[in-house]
Design a binder for this molecule. Structure first.
Ligand code: UD1
Length: 425
């Protein structure tokens, strides 16, 4: 298993190209199942999760042609679901990546049946899929749980309905939106998630012929169609990768231009950076982020569904607050167990106390490098960010989590002057 070695204390300066968004690319790839004509996706990031989704789709009979580079390092893929031979997503793939459950809606809507392994728990909480299943039942599907699998059937097809999610769910909204595109009649999705990745999926579905209104709002109105068609779509920039490198600039007192990205994708996170004393400016094709010569101010934050502060940026901000001047209260409202990075940051000298869903971070002057263990994707990047600011050497173990969601992280940081390298164990 690879490890990442970092020697901290260098202010990072330079430019970083932001990749396509993992969390947009995964549902977009699943959407290829909705049509027997090819879907062409541009700006796909090179990530382990994308490879897992490609494996899953290939196993179902989807033909995937990867067409190399398309400019900024991203890839173009042509996905053709003309000859789908399987409607089961097996345990081995789903276990590795929860987003595999996103094939359920498209398979059910187009083929009237789907069998998907139950995702089970994961490091950041129990993360059930009950809301996805309830929504499909409202569209007329019969759902059974047997031998660790979700077995869904809708022999006569799905029928549109008015579904109000009792809590905001990103994956649930995406799964239902895809299924509703091929259901009979109108589906109204209330309390829909408003994440930019959902608007991106809606744009792609509309290009495939779907009739969707309200993308980006909490009410989506879908008129079901008999069939969807081939289309081309450019995956939107990864706002979490953008935010993570913004924190890299801030935590090292550096100055980084993030290219191929957009400020409007992460307004709450950038507002929080600005409150802490960081300079954030929009450029013609991205964002410039600069730290100060001195220490940043400790500020409070609470994670919320979009447009609130993203839970996927919480761990990175905790690393930043660990070296800020003053205290900061960080409250996690989306996942119940998303403070796994706290003990590791404390091993680097951070002063953090967790009380239920809140953490009090008392900023220290300096962190010190240490061997640490990555427990999940966003925890991994927070330890790298802490390592960039720490005195001495930090070794981040178990970086396979990182490769699920960050493309060439060590190359991108090294290009801005970081002393960082990957070593095989
Ligand atoms: C997606 C993102 C993930 C991000 C999360 C919240 C992808 C591939 N992943 O995950 O990076 O952290 O949104 O922004 O896009 N819940 C239920 N029942 C359900 C579904 C969800 O109780 O059926 C709960 C979850 O346990 C969690 C909350 O709802 O507490 C939000 O989860 P959800 O928005 O569904 O997250 P994901 O789609 O899994």
């Amino acid at each position: 298993m690879d490890r990442i070695h970092i020697r901290g204390g260098i202010p990072l300066r330079g430019e970083i190209e932001i990749s396509g968004a993992k969390n947009a690319a995964l549902p977009l790839m699943a959407a290829s199942l909705l049509s027997d004509e090819p879907l062409i996706l541009k700006n796909l990031p090179r990530l382990a999760d994308i490879a897992s989704m490609a494996d899953l789709l290939t196993g179902l009979g989807v033909e995937i042609k990867l067409n190399g580079d398309n400019g900024n390092g991203g890839r173009t893929a042509e996905l053709s679901a003309k000859h789908v031979t399987e409607t089961t997503a097996p345990y081995d793939v789903v276990r590795k990546m929860r987003a595999s459950v996103l094939v359920l809606g498209p398979l059910l809507a187009r083929f009237g049946k789907a069998r998907v392994s139950l995702p089970g728990g994961c490091a950041i909480g129990t993360r059930p899929v009950d809301l996805h299943l309830q929504a499909f039942e409202q569209l007329g599907a019969e759902i059974e749980l047997a031998e660790g699998y979700i077995e869904a059937r809708a022999p006569g097809g799905l029928t549109g309905a008015h579904v109000i999610f009792p809590m905001v769910t990103v994956g649930g909204t995406e799964n239902l939106l895809m299924a509703a595109s091929l259901a009979k009649g109108e589906t109204v999705i209330g309390n829909a998630a408003r994440e930019p990745e959902i608007a991106d999926l809606a744009r792609c579905l509309i290009a495939m012929g779907a009739e969707i209104e309200g993308a980006g709002t909490d009410t989506l109105r879908v008129q079901g169609c008999d069939a969807l068609y081939g289309a081309q779509h450019q995956v939107l920039p990864d706002r979490i990768e953008t935010g993570s490198y913004a924190v890299a600039a801030a935590i090292t007192g550096g100055d980084i231009v993030l290219r191929n990205t957009r400020l409007d994708l992460l307004e709450t996170a950038t507002e929080t950076l600005v409150r802490a004393g960081v300079t954030v400016e929009e450029t013609s094709d991205g964002i410039r982020v600069a730290g100060t010569g001195g220490r940043l101010k400790g500020v409070d934050l609470m994670t919320e569904p979009f447009p609130g502060f993203p839970t996927d940026m919480q761990a990175q901000f905790m690393a930043l607050m660990a070296v800020a001047d003053g205290a900061s209260m960080i409250t996690e409202t989306i996942f119940e167990n998303r403070f796994m990075h706290v003990p590791e940051l404390c091993r680097m000298g951070a002063d953090i106390n967790v009380h239920g869903s809140s953490a009090i971070v008392r900023g220290v002057e300096r962190l010190s490098g240490a061997p640490v263990m990555a427990t999940d994707l966003r925890a991994s990047i927070s330890l790298i960010l802490a390592g960039l600011a720490a005195e001495g050497e930090t070794i981040v173990n178990r970086v396979y989590h990182l490769d699920r969601g960050y493309e060439r992280v060590e190359d991108k940081l090294a290009a801005c002057g970081a002393d960082i390298s990957r070593q095989a164990e």
